[in-house]
Design a protein around this ligand. Structure first.
Ligand SMILES: Nc1nc2c(c(=O)[nH]1)N[C@H]1C(S)=C(S)[C@@H](COP(=O)(O)O)O[C@H]1N2
Ligand SMILES: [Mo]
Length: 298
């Protein structure tokens, strides 16, 4: 069992959306020179979250189209209730788990994470949800399990993007078991204290804040414990560009773009590029990769 991480953020650490907007207007009013000398803080908790509007209007969710604005336009078509998650493979208690029942058993907490996409941009999102470790413990991980495989819903009637072979549907992702059990790995059920908008992966999506955005699979319907490394959608689509690990790493460039810096989405003054931090600044995950060549295992 991974050691439990105690989240010291409380609800009051999350700036209410309205207050935050006002504060940003105030910040925008002061001279740029006054704050331009500040280096970006290491931890997402120290960064100003993106607005609800930014987080929900600039998305990636190819089941609803490949444009960044397509998910906001189309994802309302997805029926998210009732929702069941099949948990199977190397678990003691496999089954179809009703999401409503799962949430009753979990401690829902709000956390702010710096969440990055692969195209060298980033947002800071106040997610709420629960640790994946708690969900896996509920199902009972067998001792021979080594990986966790995830699968998104595939409903061509509700997901117009899946009528085109842009990816090999359904969208799939995977984590090594120790990554999955790490307390920073959560299943998000909401953001800004509201239910998760469909375009952000309602009703249940993975968030792995030290990895590139595509690892954080949306609208999860199946979680399987396996003893072999599961396939992942972007690796299947282009193995040279997308590896299994996909840890945020400024030292390993994507073949088509630098990954040394990132642009914060939105926020005027904050939209300048900032240096990317290894593991997105979450140094506590570094030991998961001790002895591994992260250039080969990108
Ligand atoms: N099922 C599914 N999950 C997905 C994707 C997708 O296309 N389909 N896109 C991924 C990518 S590339 C990113 S950057 C993040 C974006 O999450 P956000 O739109 O909530 O910011 O979702 C990831 N999860
Ligand atoms: Mo992405």
């Amino acid at each position: 069992m991974a050691k439990r991480w105690i989240n010291d953020l409380t609800h009051t650490d999350i700036t209410p959306e309205r207050v935050f907007l006002n504060r940003r207007q105030i910040i925008a009013g002061i001279g740029a020179g006054a704050i331009s000398g500040l280096a970006a803080p290491a931890r997402a908790e120290g960064l100003e979250p993106n607005s609800f509007e930014e987080i929900t209007s600039y998305c990636n969710y190819y089941e609803f189209g490949t444009g960044k604005e397509d998910p906001a336009r189309n994802a309302h078509m997805l029926t998210t209730s009732p929702w069941t998650v099949k948990i199977d493979g190397l678990v003691e208690r496999p089954g179809e788990y009703a999401l409503a029942g799962i949430i009753d058993k979990m401690t829902v907490e709000e956390r702010i994470y710096r969440f990055r996409c692969v195209e060298a941009w980033s947002m800071v999102v106040p997610w709420n949800g629960f640790e994946l470790a708690d969900l896996l413990s509920m199902a009972g991980v067998k001792s021979d399990a080594k990986y966790v495989a995830f699968e998104t819903a595939l409903r061509p009637d509700e997901m117009p993007g899946t009528r085109f072979p842009v990816l090999d549907w359904p969208y799939v992702e995977g984590l090594r078991l120790d990554e999955a059990m790490h307390p920073l790995t959560i299943m998000a059920t909401g953001l800004y204290g509201k239910p998760l908008p469909n375009q952000n992966g309602a009703p249940l999506r993975l968030v792995v804040p030290w990895k590139y955005g595509f690892k954080s699979i949306k609208s999860v319907v199946r979680i399987s414990l396996t003893d072999t490394q599961p396939p992942t959608s972007w690796n299947k689509a282009n193995a040279r560009e997308y590896g299994f690990y996909s840890n945020v790493n400024p030292d390993v460039d994507h073949p088509r773009w630098s990954q040394a810096s990132e642009r914060r989405i939105g926020g005027g003054l904050f939209s300048r590029k900032v240096p990317t931090q290894k593991f997105n600044g979450y140094d506590e995950v570094a030991s998961l990769y001790d002895g591994m060549d992260l250039t080969a295992n990108f």
